[in-house]
Ligand binder design. Sequence first.
Ligand code: PMP
Ligand code: GLN
Length: 395
Amino acid sequence: MPSSTPRDPLTRKLAGFGTTVFAEMSALAVRTGAINLGQGFPDTDGPAEVLDAAVHAIRSGQNQYPPGPGIPVLREAIAEHQRRFYGIELDPESEVLVTAGATEALAGALLGMLDTGDEVVVFEPMYDSYQAGIALAGAVARPVLLRPGPDGYTFDVDELHAAVSPRTKLILLNTPHNPTGKVFTADEMQVIAHLAIEHDLIVVTDEVYEHLVFTGSTHVPMATLPGMAQRTLTISSGGKTFNTTGWKIGWATGAEPLVAATRTAKQFLTFVNGAPFQPAMAVGLGLPDEFFAGVASGLEATRDALQAGLEAAGLIAFRAEGTYFTTVDVRPVRPDGDGVAFCRELPERCGVVAVPNQVFYANPEHGRHLVRFACCKRPEVIAEAVERLSRLAVA
Ligand code: PMP
Ligand code: GLN
């Protein structure tokens, strides 16, 4: 007898992934009218030159499919950016690929490089699309824990070494790091580079927050370390640097075989995207050094205000060295350490939305008591959020 209930359409690869935490928490913010410090997106526009360039591109007819690897002007601007800031030399023809945000660059890299059963060493917590991308590729994540402490988030070098097996093909890295706000130090980058060289591993490094680094920390691109240029695919995106997260213009750069593998998968994901935004992004990447130097400073002030507010509310806040995000341990105000329940109740308790970090962990227990707040909002919005969060301390 045929069953009247249709079969479950979801692939086993995506079982358990559900709806992303960002969609859930942004919907909660809209529903409750709370201040959304969950999903990381700025509430101000980026540079006028960049916005004007996109309008001009639309008006001047750049509205059809751009070339598969991205328009030449943008590929050249990306190569020039890597040269100007890091001394990295790239051939814009073969070593630069424009993608639909960093998300597609990540998916393209993972789908283009991993076979079923291959292993990926990756730090946890990790940006949510990593686990899904690894799963879609049929590969297996081998997480290495970043532990919060007085020196920020650190990892155990022995644990990192132990995560490598004969099946390991690549290390997936993210610095500056979402959700911890960690900027990997030069020494830590060196340890990872040595491991990659020793075991002949590829490093895919997500550096979307490369310009959002605060006083006291320095961004060290993996591709600049000795011996790493040939085995590193670097991913970035204009969303964070130019306050254009909705444009979804990202890129992948590196040695030709790595870019080619990524491009092979990418061409069957979106093929191309964002024709009028590509020339605008090229304008952004060409802005003077002062623009880039100033990108982090406004954010550093809101990071400080948010940090102080979280501490005043009784939470243990781990100081962010970069990115949009500050993480907290909720146990002083919620002794059972249930970060998900804390986030679900927060809009009602004080009109603020945050995201529970457990979704960023391969082993959710490791992040059960941790919650992430975003500081990428106008100072008055952060001030209002801090004022509201102070209700937690008196509750
Ligand atoms: N990587 C990290 C670490 C991120 O935080 C994000 C989110 N913005 C992305 C990738 C995705 O970037 P994009 O919006 O350019 O796809
Ligand atoms: N990168 C942003 C964050 O971590 C938003 C990501 C998203 O909405 N997928 O909050």
